[in-house]
Write a new protein. Sequence first.
Length: 286
Amino acid sequence: MPTAIAVTGVDLALPPQDERTLPGAVLPDLDRRPLEQTLVEMQLLLDQHGQVVVVCSRAAPPAVQRRLHTIRSLLESDRIALFTPDLPPLGVAVLARQLRQLASCDLSPGVLASAGRLLTHYIHAGALLGSVAKLDRVPVTLKAHAKSWVPGSQFAVLAHPEPQLVRIGPGATLTGPEFATRMVVAKGQLQSDWVTATLAPSWQVQGLRETPLPADSARWWGTGRIIEFCAYLPDLSVLYQLVTSVRQTSCHWCGLDVIGDLCVFCSASPPSVQEPPAAGRRAITV
């Protein structure tokens, strides 16, 4: 069975991108359900799939993240990878779906898990906000803070890959991807067509779909007056080529094949390489 890709809420399990996209495992209400129930649920996933990659938003309640670490510790399992990318919630959902696409391919669990860190670089995630007064995820100037109190003000914010913030007005835009993407949009309490009518065409996206706003989005962006958006690489062939073009190494701790400098399953980074002592000098051990 392929590696399971799990998310911490049904709102992070986006509909399949193509016929090969595998279903996502949903671990809902981890902070509100009995520990025994969540342990059984995770053990069942391990029995069925061998390894589990849990993708969790950094905006999730701290109790959810503590529960995940507790489950991993109590099961004494190095087959559970906990991945919390530095993305807004909608971006997390998109990345989880990309991993579900790749889970259908011939990638080893370690490579699949570490692919998330690579694919994050190709995601453009942001939002249209009615206020930036409580936004602390992206640098906000005092001038922007002051303008956020003006009735009717709206701000376009790009959180990833490079922070950007502009006040909506004539000619306002955000720097977008330099490659072909599709876009997914999640509307909150803000009423505007700027994302679909202005931003999407300027980014030349090749398709646009709407989805419900993730539950953690208002917490992440500091307001419920929001329209969140995310541009991403949709094609499995492109995702697979990106991942397989990176050199693979074996984790020195758990032995899994990985890409990059960190094993997501055991969190081990490569051992530091010490320079040999200079010629003619004796190495001193302390």
